[in-house]
Ligand binder design. Structure first.
Ligand code: C5P
Length: 362
């Protein structure tokens, strides 16, 4: 098929998988910190973050699409007229007849990105990450249903091990450290908790994370389906995705703003308490969105699950090296399960038996 693009001589496929792994580890930490370390009265609006995410991602994707057209055209592309022609061409592609296909993943991703805020504000980071691993299984299920991917029972088994392995790794990372706040049973301990601190509601958190696993699997696979069933440029697809996201993302912003909706009221309400941590969260999310798109194009959603699982193992090892975390037996068991699952998934079909017996010809 198509020749694999490279970046600095390395295949984009692997660069994007590794970058996504690092991005994933950073996001849950920064996002959780941005919500939980701040008194509830000074919290920023998640709706603003979700909206900004789409605006920034859409704009960056548009610029990349434009630069690709300019680079592919001849010297005329360097002039003002050439720029205008390229600009109009990208706009025409964005508003092409099949752009509506992106409306489904767009709405799903907006719901998912909002649910993620609910989940991460109501669960400890590790608990959130453990339960969010269920998306490995929902993604595989939707890949089979929508993309007609064929998974051998061996591959299903390895996906199952992957989810369990990540769970074990993360359960030990919660158990090994003092919780950042005392565990507060829902509705009972308000008296003992300082009033200015955000109070978590685990049930709400688990509900949100479960729903997010379904939208993650469905939206990712749907985007993959649209991308791989047509020739349209990845970046144009991304602009379409962001454009369709703007409507559902903007609704809660209007909903939350004081009445009457004067533009000044809306703006000041939008950016209330929107400080450095909020901007850091949005920036890492934007980066994540762009890399996710690359991963879906050059690999697929199932491989994306492996990349993020390995990231959890790597970020723990980094903590061992940098912060003196101790390696525990459950970390060894969990990460071994992840590595074996990865190896197992990547066995070529039909080879499983051979690699065990190593004697029988096929
Ligand atoms: O957890 P999951 O990997 O499903 O998250 C995907 C994230 O990537 C979502 O936040 C989504 O908004 C983003 N994304 C994107 N552009 C794409 C595909 C995904 O911004 N083309």
């Amino acid at each position: 098929g198509e020749s694999q693009p490279t970046i600095c001589g390395m295949p984009l496929k692997y660069v994007s998988l590794v970058t996504l792994a690092v991005q994933n580890a950073a996001l849950s930490i920064v996002m959780h910190y941005s919500r939980v370390s701040i008194p509830a009265s000074e919290a920023y609006s998640p709706a603003t973050a979700v909206l900004l995410n789409e605006l920034l991602k859409g704009s960056i994707s548009f610029i990349i699409a434009l630069m690709r057209v300019l680079n592919s055209s001849d010297a005329a592309g360097r002039s003002m007229v050439g720029f205008w022609i390229a600009f109009r061409r990208v706009c025409r592609e964005v508003f092409s007849v099949d752009c509506w296909k992106l409306s489904i993943p767009a709405i799903l991703y907006v719901i998912q990105n909002s649910l993620q805020f609910v989940a991460i504000s109501n669960l400890p980071v590790a608990t959130f990450q453990v339960t969010y691993q269920m998306k490995i299984l929902t993604t595989a299920a939707f890949s089979v249903a929508l993309l007609r991917k064929r998974l051998t029972s061996n591959k299903w088994l390895s996906l199952f091990f992957l989810a369990i392995g990540v769970g074990i790794v993360q359960i030990q990372s919660t158990a090994g450290h003092a919780p950042e706040r005392p565990n507060i049973p829902v509705g009972s301990a308000h008296e003992s908790a300082p009033l200015h601190i955000h109070i978590m509601s685990p049930l709400k958190g688990f509900g949100a994370v479960t729903a997010a696993c379904f939208t993650s699997g469905l939206a990712g696979v749907y985007f993959e389906m649209v991308l791989k069933n047509s020739k349209a440029d990845l970046w144009v697809r991304n602009v379409q995705l962001s454009l369709f996201s703007l409507i559902p993302a903007a609704l809660p912003v209007f909903w939350e703003s004081p009445y009457p909706h004067s533009p000044i009221d809306i703006m000041s309400n939008l950016f209330r308490n929107f400080g450095g941590w909020a901007w850091a969260t949005v920036s890492i999310q934007v980066l994540g969105g762009l890399i996710t798109a690359l991963v879906i194009k050059y690999s697929d959603n199932i491989l994306k699950g492996f990349a993020t699982s390995l990231s959890i193992v790597l970020s723990f090892l980094a903590s061992v090296a940098l912060f003196g975390f101790r390696i525990t037996p459950s970390f060894v068991i969990g990460s071994t399960t992840v590595l074996v699952a990865t190896w197992m998934y990547n066995q070529p079909p039909g080879q499983e038996l051979i690699s065990i017996t190593n004697v029988m010809p096929r």
